[in-house]
Design a protein around this ligand. Structure first.
Ligand SMILES: Cc1ncc(C[n+]2csc(CCOP(=O)(O)OP(=O)(O)O)c2C)c(N)n1
Ligand code: SF4
Length: 262
């Protein structure tokens, strides 16, 4: 099977804006399933609602495009009745952590054998750029025209605290590392959470002095601190600078799993 065959060709071209990072993340995910040689008839993609969640519709295997915030309950149902399927969830920061927040923490607590790829563009992209629980402090959105006054969620810290077996964070710039992380997530039993920091030039960049896609991608790269370096800094008492975030494999453990392969 080839990478192209993982795409549902009759649904292309996709709806994403020029320069959106979601296509890159979809490509990395399908590259991972292809490299692992997954059986397309035993792979199911599930998503909620949002630009990111449109990704499930572009895959050629079984896919479910469900309701806003409810990708994880639907995916849980699929996994419980089809434990031999690889179930991969596409979601956005709003879909996962605002309307879907409780489902997120309980899916991690149950440690269900799912792979969750969260496209974190810091905003509600599809509905025109309202602030989400991941909008950075001070950032402009349509609902925070004077700057966000709430602190953002650290989605990876939430997943770790709630019990997920595998947690990693990369960006749309780190395509090789991201593909490898999704592979590792699929291979790890239990809930695997891969957060991908990504650019939304339309709803976020245009309001936050990053009109050029290249500026956004450069910022993602410049603000990423590799986990090893962050750990060394922490040991030396050097705090993470505001606006920077840690990338890499953050958690890998083997807590008891729900819905693993028979
Ligand atoms: C119950 C419900 N509330 C609100 C909406 C409207 N809605 C659709 S997508 C969306 C936000 C999506 O944001 P996010 O999950 O961050 O994904 P993005 O579009 O940024 O990829 C909202 C609020 C909806 N479809 N259903
Ligand atoms: S609005 Fe943002 S997230 Fe949605 S397709 Fe356009 S660039 Fe991508």
């Amino acid at each position: 099977m080839t990478l192209e065959e993982w795409y549902r060709q009759d649904r292309l071209p996709h709806i994403y804006c020029a320069g959106c990072g979601n296509g890159t993340i979809l490509n990395c995910t399908l590259r991972a399933t292809n490299e692992l040689g997954l059986d397309r008839t035993k792979t199911t993609f599930v998503s909620g609602i949002g630009c990111s969640s449109r990704a499930s519709g572009y895959t050629s295997s079984d896919s479910l495009h469900t309701t806003h915030g409810r990708a994880l309950p639907f995916a849980t149902g699929v996994k419980m009745v089809k434990p031999d399927h690889d179930v991969i969830v596409f979601t956005g920061d709003g879909d996962l952590s605002a309307i879907g927040g409780n489902h997120f923490i309980h899916a991690c607590r149950r440690n269900i054998d799912l792979t969750v790829v969260c496209m974190n563009n810091n905003i509600y992209g599809m509905t025109g750029g309202q602030g989400s629980p991941c909008t950075p402090y001070g950032a402009i959105s349509t609902t925070t025209p004077y700057g966000m006054r709430e602190m953002p969620f650290d989605l990876c810290a939430v997943a770790e605290a709630a019990g997920a077996n595998y947690v990693a964070r990369w960006t749309s710039y780190h395509v090789k590392e991201l593909t490898q992380a999704i592979r590792a997530g699929i291979e790890t039993p239990g809930l695997s959470f891969i957060e991908v920091m990504t650019q939304c030039p339309t709803s976020f960049g245009s309001k936050n002095k990053m009109r050029q896609v290249s500026q956004m991608v450069d910022a993602l790269r410049a603000n990423s601190i590799l986990k090893d370096k962050a750990d060394r800094n922490k040991a030396a008492g050097i705090p993470l600078e505001p606006g920077k975030f840690v990338v890499g494999e953050l958690v890998r453990r083997s807590n008891p799993v729900l819905g693993g392969r028979p």
